[in-house]
Structures are given as C-alpha cells and as structure tokens.
Design a protein around this ligand. Structure first.
Ligand code: M6R
Length: 608
C-alpha cells in the first residue's frame, strides 16, 4: 500500500525522499510525488507511474532544493491512478501540503461540507479533505489543527504534513496505518517502514494510534490527540540494510525463496531446547494450555493458508478444535466466543488492516490473542496479548515465500507444544517429530537444487490460460498456497480445489491439455488422490504430481512428477511448497512480468 517518507535535516531532502521511496516500492504503488520547502515556498512534483519517472523528472531530486520535505508512493483506492490524484496534495494557497496512507471513510460527507464553505477539490481522492480541513482549522498552531482534523475524520491514516509558515518543521500523525520516526545525526525522518530510513539510522520510534509528531532538524516531539506531550523510547533496529537488498539475485522473490532454510531454522532453533519445545513468549501455563477448548486462527492471503495447515496439524496432533477464518470475514461475522478460546492472528507485516481489526474484535470479547508475526514492533505484535515472532527477516517481494514458511514452522512448534502438554502424543512420537522438524531446513535446501528442472517445466506453461491445484487434507492447504502464488505473479487464472470436490462442478472446466498440479504427500489419502488424478486425466488434463520419495509408481498415472524428501506428514507443506514457489516464479519470469511487484497488489494491505 502507499508509502510515506519525510525528512528534515542539513542535507538536501529530495534525493533522500526519492531514495526512501525506492525502498518502499515493494509495498505496491501506481504514482509517486514529493514536496519540499525550497527556502521561500513549498514546491511539488508528482507523476503517475514508476518512481523512476519522478526520479528522471527531478534529476534524482537535484532540481528540488531544500532541506525538508515529504514524499509518497500511492496505491489507488479513491480515484484512479493519475498525476492529479497522486500525492502530495496542496491546499489552494499552497501553504499546507499533505501525504496520506489509509482511507478516510467519511470523506464524502466532509467533502460536501467543505465544498459548501467554498473549498474547491481538484482530485478524486479522499485525502484532499484532509488538506482542506487543516486549512479550515489552522490558526498558526499546526499541532492544534492536526488534532482537530483527527477528531473529525473516520478511518485510517498515516500522515506527513508541511506548513509553509513553519518551514523548520515537518509533522506526522497516525491511526491504524503504520508510521515510524527515525532519529539521526543528519536530521530526522518519518517513514511507513524501516527499510526507507535504515541507511540513515537504526534508532526508530514506533508511532501509536492517535499520536502526532513534530520533527525539526534537532528535535522530535510527540503529542497525543489532546495535544499533551508524550515521552517515547526509541528502539534499535538490529538487522542490516543488506537483508532488504537483492544481494545479487535477479528478484527479491528468488532471494527470499533461497532464504527459506535460514528463515525456518531461525524460527525453530531458539525454541527447541533439551528435547523440549520452549515457547516462553506464548505466556501460557501448562494448565492454561490443557484448558484451551478451542483455537480460532485468523489471517489473510498466504497467512490464512498457513492457518489452514495449522488447523489440520493442531487438530490432528493436539486434538483441539480449530476454526480458521479469513480476517475480513471474521471481523463482521459475529462469531460465538466460548470460554477457553485462544485466537491466533497470523501476519507477516503485522499491519494488515483486516487482521488487526479481527484481533481487536477478539480482544474486545475477552479472548486471549496470540500473534504470529514477522515484523517486530508492528501493530499486531504490539496489540496481541502475546507474540511469537517468525524470524524470517525483512520480506520485500509482494509474493510471500520465506515468511509463509516461517509461519508454518511456528505452527508446527505450537502444535507440538500443545500436543505434549495435553498428552495427545507419546514421548516417542514427540521425539520423532522433533527429529523431522530439525531436518526441514536442509531438506528445503535439497529441493532448491531442482530449480533448473522446475524452470524448464514452467517454460512449457507460459501461455496457459488456467490451471488447477488439487489435494486432500494438508495437500489441499498446500494447493491453496501454490495456486495463489502462481496467480498473483503470473496472472494466469488458477484455482485450488479439495481433490474430492472437483467432480461436484469444477471438473467441467478441465479440457485437453489443462495443467492440473496434484499434491499427493498425505499417505492416509494417497490412493484417493490418485483416483482424482485419474479423473482429470480422463478429461485430458496434463498432471504434474508432487509426492513423497518412494511413490515412483505414480509415474504410471501422472505426466510429470516432483518428489519431496521423507518427512512427517504434518510437515509436508514445508517441502511441497518449494517447487510450487519456484514454478510460480519461473512462469512469471518467463512471461516477462514484474515478479516482485505484481499489478494491483501491495505488500502490506493497510486498508480494508
Ligand atoms: O502481512 P500479512 O501476512 O498479514 O499479509 C497477508 C496477505 O496480504 C499476504 O499473505 C498476501 O496474500 C501475499 N501477497 C501472498 O503472497
């Protein structure tokens, strides 16, 4: 979603803003703009399209002098992508300028009122009401005007604001959209995410909801919505900018696929101690684990798919009922909350608007919430009762890979912990699981070795119109993720189906040459899946099967087979997903698409 950067210091602002915005490109955007105070007035450039257009237009920022400014990459919500709708937005006098991330839900009511007062709107955006409201309330005190605006608007926002008659300050505010403040020796910064400012500082403040900040070259002052000064402590970012760079890979996605052994190892190792699963951050006593009556897993997209796997594993291993829900459904479905329910919110970014709202919904009903989150200090991490971090490191590609794998690893640990405490598995079974769990990183490495083979296969399907992914049980969960990975970056229509369900309608779409990817890693239902493969083959499908080593007889049925190393059936997802990620990557690459920044998508979905 939109990205915000702001800077005030002793260096020229525009190149810093452009550089910061380039580090936020992964979030997804369709236009970009910057505004700087040039010594006598606020000047602005904004254009539709890629950041490089803005970069060329301003000669890397050189044509825009000034040591303070704000910048923005826009992912269109209200109003199509265009130069006019791009941020920043000025008031008529060009004395106040705003960049905004989020959605102002009551904008049309506010717009009508402002129009009645004579304010003229030039864009189709919801953001423009903010700049006119600020103009309406501004009487020389920026913080007071921002407070008043915050009280009038409904929805979510992270804001960067400049006032022409306060040239030595930039301002920011947030509610339900991420915003951080960086403190450095060359000045101070605001940004939507850490990579934008990591080159300049490791010292970062996380803004909370309804906070305002005023930055000058030397000072950072925080206020609450009542204008009272706040004392906040910075945190030190302990990862390196290299972690957020491509490091010689053609795309972030490929780099992140290759980082999966490490992401899984880093998530598992600190929690396996002396033959036990130790998850201190779970904050639950054995008694509380034993008395947990139900788990609700809530998430979006791939994190939801990890949750679907989690349901099979937690129910199978720990014999505890698990519901899995899409956050956008959960938050409005009026669920039944029983005593002894644990809600688990899974999120890479920790900022997904629907997941955050679902978390609040559950907490408001007295449900304990555990966050499984990748981004340290993110909103979900801060608002959950407890947080279990996945240690995947920064993930930049819109299509998640390593964070998804780390989420699976976290769920395995959780299921093993619950199973052990609830005595639903024996000590021997636990020891076996632990042995298999520890092997996963090197087995992933082994699978990465088949990248050329997958690329050759992918190249045969560059012109495909649609595909199917089928499987049963955990294989169905893998299908969901394999299918999403493919469609989001290749734009080939693809559906995931529970293999046994296909014949209830969807099989009518299978015709001569349709590619069906069949997951057959679950021994319990292996023969059933084979029957489903035969069904689609009979209708002319070309079948690529993913199964366990030792099932070579499948070659009599499937047209193309990928074998995964032996592991416990519960952990098969971690291995079977690797060829599917590589397949999606190479199809996208072969079709000449923007692998890391697929159209219409954003990395962090901070609006509903
Ligand atoms: O940051 P989150 O894990 O909460 O994001 C959830 C989804 O938006 C995300 O997994 C999305 O589906 C990815 N593009 C999938 O690759």
């Amino acid at each position: 979603m939109c990205g915000i950067v702001g800077y005030i210091g002793d260096k020229q602002a525009a190149p810093i803003l452009l550089d910061g915005l380039s580090k936020l490109e992964y979030r997804g955007y369709d236009s970009a703009g910057i505004a700087v105070f040039d010594g006598s007035r606020i000047i602005m450039e904004k254009v539709m399209g890629r950041l490089k257009v803005l970069d060329e237009l301003t000669e890397g920022g050189k044509t825009m002098p000034g040591i303070s400014g704000i910048g923005h990459t826009r992912w269109a919500t209200h109003g199509s992508p265009s130069d006019t709708n791009a941020h920043p937005h000025f008031n008529k006098e060009h004395s106040i300028v705003v960049v905004h991330n989020g959605i102002i839900e009551n904008y049309s009511k506010l717009k009508k009122k402002l129009e009645r007062k004579g304010y003229e709107f030039v864009s189709e955006t919801d953001t423009e009401v903010l700049v006119h409201l600020l103009t309406e309330y501004y009487d020389g005190n920026p913080v007071a005007a921002i407070e008043k605006v915050m009280r009038r608007v409904e929805g979510s926002y992270a804001l960067g604001i400049m006032f022409k008659d306060h040239p030595h300050h930039i301002y920011a505010a947030r509610k339900d959209s991420p915003l951080i403040v960086g403190q450095s020796s060359m000045g101070n910064l605001i940004a939507s995410d850490v990579p934008a400012i990591l080159k300049y500082t490791r010292s970062v403040y996380y803004m909370e909801n309804e906070e305002i900040v005023c930055l000058s070259k030397e000072n950072i002052r925080f206020y609450n919505i009542d204008g009272e000064a706040l004392v906040k402590e910075p945190v030190t970012i302990d990862w390196d900018i290299d972690a957020a760079e491509k490091g010689g890979y053609e795309h972030f996605m490929l780099k992140e696929i290759y980082e999966q052994p490490k992401a899984v190892r880093d998530t598992i190792s600190p929690r396996l101690k002396n033959g036990e699963v130790v998850i201190e951050e779970l904050g639950m006593t054995d008694e509380e684990i034993r008395h947990t009556r139900k788990i609700i897993i809530i998430a979006c997209g791939s994190a939801y798919h990890a949750g679907v796997t989690g349901k099979y594993i937690l129910e199978g291993m720990a014999r505890i009922p698990v519901e899995v829900d899409l956050a956008s459904e959960f938050r409005y479905r009026n669920p039944i909350y029983e005593e002894g329910t644990l809600a688990i919110i899974i999120s890479q970014s920790g900022e997904t608007a629907d997941s955050l709202a679902a978390l609040r919904e559950a907490r408001n009903h007295g449900v304990r919430v555990l966050g499984i989150v990748n981004v340290v200090g993110s909103s979900i991490a801060r608002e959950a009762d407890n947080v279990m971090y996945t240690w995947a490191g920064p993930e930049i590609s819109v299509a998640t890979t390593k964070a998804y794998s780390a989420q699976l690893a976290a769920l395995y640990l959780l299921a093993m912990k619950f199973a052990k405490v609830r005595e639903t598995i024996t000590q021997e079974e636990f020891a076996e699981l632990q042995k298999d769990l520890e092997k996963i990183p090197e087995q992933i490495e082994q699978l990465l070795g088949m990248k050329e083979k997958i690329q050759r296969f992918a190249n045969r399907y560059l012109a495909a119109d649609h595909m199917f992914f089928i499987g049963r049980g955990i294989d169905y969960a893998i299908s969901l993720e394999g299918s999403l990975k493919l469609k989001e970056i290749s734009y080939i229509h693809s559906e995931a189906y529970a293999a046994g369900e296909l014949k209830h309608g969807t099989i009518s779409l299978v015709e001569e040459g349709t590619l069906v990817v069949a997951l057959a890693t679950q021994e319990k239902v292996y023969s059933k899946t084979i029957s489903n493969i035969v069904e689609v083959k009979t209708r002319g499908a070309f079948v690529m099967a993913v199964t366990n080593e030792g099932h070579e007889e499948i070659e009599k049925t499937a047209d193309y087979v990928i074998y995964i190393p032996k592991t416990n059936a519960y952990f098969a997802n971690s291995l079977a997903i690797i060829p599917l990620q590589l397949f999606a990557y190479y199809v996208s690459l072969g079709r000449g698409l923007d692998v890391d920044k697929p159209r219409n998508l954003a990395k962090s979905v901070t609006v509903e």
